[in-house]
Design a protein around this ligand. Structure first.
Ligand code: GLV
Length: 342
C-alpha cells in the first residue's frame, strides 16, 4: 500500500507531482492557513504530514497522528512543531535549510536599504503628489558605508548577510549561539573583550572564515552596531532576546532589522524604544503575534513593515516545497531524511 500524506496547504505543482510518484495525498486547503480542527482530522490516517509555519503541530496534533512517521515543515524554522513530542514517538521532523538562505539574506538587505534610504516614505511622497521639485535636503537618509553591521546569530543566513556587507563597505561584527547563551556571564564577556585586543590564537580564530567579520560579545554588538540584524532561531534561549535592557544599550542612531522570528524581540519594548527615539528605526518582516501588528508601528515613518516574506520568491518557495517532499519520501521509504532535525 502506498503511504498516505496529509499536506496542509496546496504546494507548487512540481512538488505535488513528485509526491504523487510515491505517495497518495490529501490537501487541507488551497490557500491560506488550515483550521486546527482540519489539521487534527487530517493527521488522523496519515503516515506523513507536510506543514507550514502557520500550522501549530503540538503534542495534541502529534498524538492524533497515530501513524505519523514524518512531519516535514516547509520552512527553515521549526518552532511551530513540538520536536520533543515527535521524537518521543520516533517521528522525524524535517525543515528546509539552504534553499532559502540567499532569498532571506537579500530581503534583509532590502530592509536595510529601504530603511536607511527611506524608500517606502519616498514612494508614498510621490504618490501623495508631494514631489513638486528637487530639493537639496529632501528625504535625507543615513549612509551605511563605513558603518558597523551587527549580526546576531551567525548560521547560514547570518553569514550570507555578512557576505553581502562587503559590497556596501560596512564593518561586520557578529555573535553566535554561545555569546547569546552566556551574555550575562561576566567571565565569558571578559574573554570576549580580551580577544579584541590580543593577538592570541583565540583572537585570530574570531577572525577566521574568509570574511572580515569580527566576533564580539552580545553586549558589545548591541552597544556598538549601527545596524543590528537578527538571524537566530526562535527557542527558549532567544525568546525576547532583544528586550528593554537591550534597547536601552543600543545607540540612538541604531536600526534594528528582524527577518528571523517575531518573539525574538519584545515588541512592546521595541515600540517604546521607537516612540522614545532610543533607536532610529526598525525594518521588520516578522512580529510577535503574527498576523497582528502593534498598532503604533503602523503610524511610524521610521519603520518598514513586511508581511513575513523572507523566502517569498517563486524559485525559493518551489525549492522549499520540493525539499520538504523529498524529506517526506525519504522518511516514508525507511531512510533518514536529509534535513532531519537532530
Ligand atoms: C520562514 O520564516 C522560514 O522559517 O522558512
Amino acid at each position: 500500500m502506498r503511504p498516505q500524506v496529509f499536506v496542509t496547504r496546496q504546494l507548487p505543482a512540481p512538488a505535488m507531482n513528485r509526491l504523487a510518484e510515491v505517495c497518495d495525498y490529501k490537501v487541507g486547503v488551497e490557500q491560506g492557513a488550515l483550521s486546527r480542527d482540519a489539521l487534527l482530522a487530517g493527521v488522523r490516517n496519515a503516515d506523513g504530514l507536510v506543514c507550514l509555519l502557520t500550522d501549530t503541530v503540538d503534542r495534541e496534533v502529534i498524538c492524533a497522528g497515530t501513524r505519523l512517521r514524518v512531519i516535514a515543515n516547509v520552512a527553515v524554522g521549526h518552532n511551530n512543531i513540538d520536536v520533543g513530542a515527535a521524537r518521543q514517538r520516533g517521528i522525524y521532523v524535517t525543515n528546509t535549510p539552504d534553499v532559502l538562505t540567499d532569498s532571506t539574506a537579500n530581503l534583509t538587505w532590502a530592509l536595510i536599504l529601504a530603511l536607511t534610504r527611506r524608500i517606502v516614505e519616498a514612494d508614498a511622497f510621490i504618490r501623495a503628489g508631494k514631489f513638486t521639485g528637487w530639493d537639496f535636503d529632501m528625504l535625507l537618509g543615513s549612509s551605511i558605508t563605513g558603518k558597523t553591521l551587527g549580526i546576531v546569530g551567525y548560521g547560514r543566513i547570518g553569514k550570507a548577510v555578512a557576505r553581502r556587507a562587503t559590497g556596501f563597505g560596512m564593518q561586520v561584527i557578529y555573535c553566535g549561539r554561545d555569546d547569546i547563551a552566556f551574555r550575562d556571564d561576566p567571565h565569558h564577556n571578559s574573554i570576549m573583550l580580551a580577544r579584541q585586543s590580543s593577538t592570541s590564537p583565540l583572537s585570530q580564530s574570531a577572525r577566521l572564515d574568509g570574511l572580515a567579520a569580527r566576533r564580539v560579545s552580545f553586549n558589545q554588538l548591541i552597544e556598538t552596531a549601527d545596524i543590528i540584524t537578527l538571524h537566530v532561531p526562535l527557542a527558549a534561549a532567544t525568546q525576547h532576546l532583544i528586550d528593554r535592557n537591550a534597547f536601552a544599550r543600543m545607540k540612538p542612531t541604531a536600526y534594528l532589522i528582524n527577518t528571523a522570528r517575531g518573539p525574538v524581540v519584545d515588541e512592546a519594548a521595541m515600540v517604546e524604544a521607537l516612540q522614545q527615539k532610543r533607536i532610529a528605526g526598525a525594518g521588520l518582516d516578522v512580529y510577535e503575534r503574527e498576523p497582528e501588528i502593534s498598532p503604533p508601528l503602523l503610524a511610524m515613518n521610521n519603520v518598514v513593515l513586511l508581511p513575513h516574506v523572507g523566502s517569498a520568491t517563486l524559485e525559493t518557495r518551489t525549492a522549499m516545497a520540493l525539499l520538504a517532499i523529498e524529506n517526506t519520501i525519504e522518511a516514508l521509504s525507511g531512510r533518514t531524511p536529509r534535513c532531519a532535525i537532530k
